[in-house]
Design a protein around this ligand. Sequence first.
Ligand code: SF4
Length: 246
Amino acid sequence: MPTPSIETHSKMWNLWHGCHKVSEGCQHCYVYRGDAKRGKDSSIVAKTQQFDVPVRKKRNGEYTVPSGSLVYTCFTSDFFVEDADPWRAEAWAMIQERSDLRFMIITKRIDRFHQCLPDDWGEGYDHVTICCTIENQARCDQRLPIYKAAPIKHKILICEPLLGPIDLSGYDIGSWVEQVVVGGESGQEARPCHYEWVLTLHAQSVEAGLSFWFKQTGANFIKDGKSYRIQRQFQHVQARKAGLNR
Ligand code: SF4
């Protein structure tokens, strides 16, 4: 996810926990990996204790999440996961109530976007960014036409975990995407992320005049034909050193 730039505060809002694997990028999902260590079944989706965080108030009546904060949603699930359909209207109502915040929603289920919207969505809420994740060309070609056509005010394309080369030409990304974010896969079984794939996405973003963020290398990084195992704490800094961010 993009780091907050203007906002002084950021907040993680984990509305529900649990998910179902939908594509190649989900194979080594960190939610499943984390839950497995605790013997928890990740396929059971449940509301969390954090569900109403954006509208919680202090004794003095002020919201606990300060105005202007950037709120990242659903980091152990997907906002558009089917199981959460009964709860999403309430979530949208909270998002609408807090139009003084900025919300980031990241999804692999852009195909469910239209059936999951509140009645007053219109052309989108000004304070909501919906990020679509793709991991290879097949998912790009499946999801991008839907994403491009979707009424969303702010769109960020996330290529993570990057599992193959992606050609974005033909999607005119400069006219509707605000930023391209790229990252490799983490964990012991991480699949390789080739630097040339990152460079290709960078070149396409530059050509389109877009902001680009090489977020992290992943654990299994291939550069100039050499394979590097990179520990988690170094994956962000190594990516930054590539000097591709703009
Ligand atoms: S959509 Fe995200 S949270 Fe859900 S299984 Fe896939 S990687 Fe995990």
